[in-house]
Design a protein around this ligand. Structure first.
Ligand code: GTP
Ligand code: SPV
Ligand code: MN
Length: 599
């Protein structure tokens, strides 16, 4: 290779090896400049890979449609290839590394013939900061390049920071035939390597995101004494100007982006309360010199769920994606060359002016909420937008040391069991609360929607090693943080007998955040129950809420012993499935919970 922007032998040798296997016509280094990105956008529009949208209404915005069989992460085809199956554990798919390399080699061989291999040097975290980790993704997809330019920090400065070190994560992505039967998303944690083939969708192919920043990073974090978590990071600004930071782990499509950018209810905004967004999906957490836990968001943008995003639910997200954004699998409004999705507004583009996510004419009058096949936008359609464009982005977004965490919040979609909010007894019990998290499944992953499944710490699909060892790592971290955050659990999704959400959610979740932070400061009392501390109903502010009385709050806070005992039975099954590596401490916590429920 001539004229390479680095002389790093580890990088050059690896690229040469991958190119020898995949046989691209040419290799192009991505330098992070806008000129290069512009040329790639033009090329993608010329080939039909992207559609340039109305540049007055949506400057620098584009639309992309994936293959119909390629619309979400595929957990069944995601592998952790550690030398032994035990290291990957029972929750991950595993295959012997040698066997997997051999299988992949067949799929990659010649896969880039007639195509270009792009070399993307990127950083997770601010380049040069203590938190930053570097990666290089090789891909034959312009869509991936343009998404990575938004989602990560890309450019020659990454290569400069890497110097001649071998300490980077290798990622190889080839679209191949987008063949579902041969789709693989594979991690080799011991080799710092990620290999993805036969997909062109989000989390399967933007290798800095779930593959690196969670699966590989969680493995590194355990080895190096830090944590990589599926968490948003937000700052609450008080009228006094003081700021407190909260991280929250909810499973995919359960409200992280929404909570991270929330706008407080009017009566609180008027008093001067504000929320600032540091991150909406991933947090890397380290113990600071001051004995507190500090968080950074390693990403540079948001890959957010489009449906349901509107001026009322999440105005900040909506404003973030009005420019410099790539939309994936939403409706194309051909009347004015803009985009639309279910839940944006009540004015869907009319028949004749609407193309659905599959690229077919779409008739909004045939839309039936209960029949997903009538959707114009895919339920997991997304926007890729720059964090810097978010109206409420935190001034600490680019901070080198991150932000100090006061509270960690777990949560999921539970129609019945979990109350609106409860507080754990401390780090150990809080880790247990994380381990027993459960949620009804969503469209963010392929498979059935609405089935309750256990999703510990919202990390079930993202832990790069044995789940039991991951829980032990949580417990161990507790001993290393002299001043640990308090740990809570929330549920915005409790339903009434007709199946409607009882809690208004979205901006009104601020009311729960304020209770959480008041608990951290010891400023408010609570009621002790079998599962933890629950608020006194009068301590959740209901000012300005229509249809919500103190009795509604009481209902939202009830802990139903019978359904919790059923949950305990289900947790036992899940722990047995996780297997031998479940820490004894977790079983002790489970026994203690059961005893309290039966008392
Ligand atoms: P990933 O990007 O997949 O990790 O998802 P996420 O956790 O960031 O979820 P997001 O904020 O995009 O929300 C997903 C869905 O949950 C959207 O349809 C939202 O409208 C809905 N949602 C978010 N917050 C709330 C809430 O407080 N109440 C209710 N009822 N729905 C919510
Ligand atoms: C998630 O599924 O949690 C996402 C979207 O954030 S993806 O990047 O596809 O994983
Ligand atoms: Mn996510």
């Amino acid at each position: 290779m001539n004229n390479t922007p680095t002389n790093n032998k580890f990088v050059l040798d690896w690229i040469e090896e991958m190119a020898a296997m995949t046989c691209p016509d040419q290799i192009v280094w991505i330098d992070g400049t806008n000129e290069q990105a512009e040329a790639l956008r033009a090329e993608a529009c010329a080939t039909g890979e992207m559609i340039k949208l109305n540049q007055e209404k949506l400057p620098n915005c584009y639309l992309h449609r994936t293959a119909v069989n390629d619309v979400a992460r595929v957990e069944g085809r995601t592998y952790i290839c550690t030398p032994t199956k035990e290291e990957a554990g029972n929750i991950n798919n595993w295959m012997d590394p040698a066997e997997m390399y051999a299988k992949l080699k067949k799929l990659y061989t010649g896969s880039m013939k007639g195509r270009t291999m792009y070399v993307i040097p990127y950083s997770m975290g601010v380049v040069g900061s203590d938190f930053a980790k570097y990666g290089i993704e090789l891909t034959d997809s312009i869509y991936v390049v343009l998404n990575m330019l938004i989602m990560t920090r890309v450019g020659n400065n990454v290569l400069e920071a890497l110097g001649d070190s071998a300490d980077y994560i290798k990622g190889l992505h080839a679209r191949a035939d987008i063949d579902e039967e041969n789709r693989y998303i594979v991690h080799f944690p011991q080799d710092n390597t990620i290999m993805s083939v036969n997909s062109g969708y989000g989390g399967n192919v933007l290798l800095g995101k779930k593959c690196f920043a969670l699966r590989i990073a969680s493995y590194l974090g355990r080895k190096e004494g830090w944590m990589a978590e599926h968490m948003l990071i937000l700052g609450v600004k008080y009228p006094s100007g003081e700021k407190k930071y909260v991280t929250a782990a909810f499973p995919s499509a359960c409200g992280k982006t929404n909570l991270a950018m929330l706008i407080p209810p009017k009566f609180l905004s008027e008093q001067g309360y504000e929320v600032e967004c540091v991150g909406d999906d991933i947090a890397w957490l380290r113990v600071g010199e001051d004995g507190r836990l500090w968080a950074v968001n390693p990403e540079n943008g948001f890959f957010g769920v489009a449906p349901g995003t509107n001026e009322k639910s999440n105005p900040n997200a909506l404003h973030t994606c009005l420019r410099d954004t790539i939309f994936t699998n939403v409706v194309h409004n051909t009347a004015d060359n803009t985009v639309w999705w279910e839940g944006l507004d009540n004015n869907p583009p009319q028949p004749g002016n609407a193309i659905d996510w599959k690229g077919n004419p779409w008739d909004c009058t045939k839309y039936d909420k209960k029949d997903k096949s009538t959707c114009g936008a895919h339920p997991n359609s997304r926007f890729t937008a720059l964090a810097a464009n978010c109206p409420c982005i935190s001034p600490e977004f680019n901070s080198l040391k991150g932000v100090p965490v006061s509270a960690i919040v777990f949560g999921g979609r539970r129609a019945k069991t979990a109350p609106l909010v409860y507080q754990s007894y401390g780090w150990q019990h809080g880790s247990f609360v994380g381990s027993i998290m459960a949620s009804e499944t969503t469209a963010a992953a392929a498979g059935a929607v609405g089935v309750v499944r256990r999703d510990p710490m919202a990390m079930r699909p993202f832990v790069g090693y044995n789940m039991g060892d991951y829980w032990q790592h949580w417990l161990n971290m507790g001993h290393k943080i002299p001043n640990p955050p308090m740990i809570f659990h929330v549920n915005w999704f409790r339903t009434d007998d007709e199946g409607h959400f009882i809690w208004p959610g979205f901006g009104d979740n601020m009311r729960v955040l304020l209770w959480i932070l008041a608990r951290c400061e010891g400023k408010v009392d609570a009621v002790e129950t079998a599962i933890g501390y629950v608020p006194k109903a009068e301590d959740i502010m209901i000012e300005g809420l229509e249809d919500i009385t103190i009795d509604t709050i009481r209902e939202l806070l009830t802990v139903d012993t019978q359904s919790w005992l059923e949950d305990v039975a289900n947790i036992k099954e899940f722990y047995a499935q996780v297997g031998d590596h479940v820490p004894a401490t977790m079983y002790e916590e489970l026994a203690a919970l059961e005893a309290r429920l039966k008392a």
